[in-house]
Write a new protein. Sequence first.
Length: 171
Amino acid sequence: MKLTNYIRDAFINSVMNDVPEKDLHEEGKKIFEKAYLDSLPSEIQLAWALPKCKPYVNTRYAGICGSSFPLPCDGSSTHRNLDTPLKVKDKIDTLTAQYKAQQDNRNTLRYKVKGAAYACTTTKHLRTLLPEFDRYLPAEEEKTLRTLPAVQNIAADFVKAGWSAKKVVKC
């Protein structure tokens, strides 16, 4: 079967979805959030903990491992992200380095499989090149017999079904 870009991209995404990825964001968020909230006054901690009060607390975003989350802050500038608390900076930096290394590794794997997929023009060729990834490719379709005409007297079949051939009026 001829490989289309849609089939190639679906193949690449399917392969990459099966590559395990450690969720470093949640781990970093827990560390950052605990250290940051511990540094706030107890009244703010209490307001943040109550779901009814949370929407009324001024927030800024903290960025960890490629995503961000809101935390309470003072009323000063809300245009910049929160700084990492000093007592957990080393842990957060380590997690960020692990996240970057994981993303770099995933990107390298994606480029390799994408290069192989886009180098092939048929699924058969890609199966030959990467037999271990056969399960991610669609099944081969049977070839249609091209010696028979695909269209035979369609208008007559429509007339038999009750369709009336009206003449087209040209303006």
